[in-house]
Design a protein around this ligand. Structure first.
Ligand code: SF4
Length: 229
């Protein structure tokens, strides 16, 4: 007798009706929960739509508010899902954006094995602080390169049991984690606390992230606590 195939999922006839109701509820509740964090997105979005200049990041800037919420949730689900594999991986690297460097275009970063690395020129720079903290766990930190896939792939070839912590903005963190997943690298992440690079402003300024969240991720993985000297 022919066996019936097992369907991993099968949509019921009212699936789209229920999806409509759920999505509406999710967006209303989510955007209300994060209304303070997201309060300037609509005006940024309108300005980006009306900006007819020849810049090449229109599609990134023209992202409606709902997608910020979806990306944040995507990150959260990913971060939780990867936690166990992340903690079990032998090596970890932290990949950080240029906008986190306090001195911005005067940053004295230098060439490292898998990307630019901090030169510790400014004590108050968050990248400097993150690198110092990471070193105490034996974790290397790198500035992100344009091609994350190539950068992470190169590290993974030398360190096959690799995990990564990404520091990035709400619109890019989950996509970086997807790239890492495709390479078989379990990723966790921490958001930038606010925007500051040239996608968002004509006069870029240094961004910030949550050092305590990064510290908690490292402490959980290595089972030791860290206190700055
Ligand atoms: S401390 Fe490091 S990341 Fe910060 S500005 Fe200096 S070299 Fe750049």
């Amino acid at each position: 007798m022919k066996q019936k195939p097992t369907l991993t999922f099968r949509l019921e006839s009212d699936f789209y009706d229920r999806l409509d109701i759920f999505t509406e509820k999710f967006l209303t509740e989510g955007l209300n929960t994060f209304r303070n964090e997201f309060r300037n997105i609509d005006s940024f979005y309108s300005a980006a739509i009306n900006d007819l200049s020849s810049r090449d990041d229109h599609s990134f800037r023209r992202t409606p508010k709902a997608f910020y919420l979806v990306e944040a949730i995507y990150f959260k689900v990913f971060d939780e899902f990867n936690r166990d594999a992340f903690n079990k991986a032998k090596d970890t690297v932290i990949i950080m954006p240029q906008c986190l460097a306090l001195l911005q275009d005067k940053c004295r970063r230098k060439r490292g094995k898998y990307g630019k690395i901090c030169n510790h020129c400014t004590p108050n720079c968050q990248i400097n602080k993150i690198d110092t903290m990471a070193s105490s766990f034996g974790v290397e930190t790198y500035f992100s390169k344009r091609g994350l896939e190539k950068q992470l792939g190169k590290i993974k070839r030398i360190k096959p049991s690799l995990s990564v912590i990404g520091v990035s903005c709400i619109l890019t963190l989950a996509s970086g984690m997807r790239t890492a997943r495709e390479l078989g690298v379990p990723a966790r992440g921490v958001f930038l606390n606010f925007t500051g690079c040239d996608h968002w402003t004509d006069k870029p300024f240094a961004t910030e992230t949550s050092l305590s969240r990064l510290k908690a991720i490292l402490e959980e993985k290595y089972g030791i606590s860290y206190s700055p000297a």
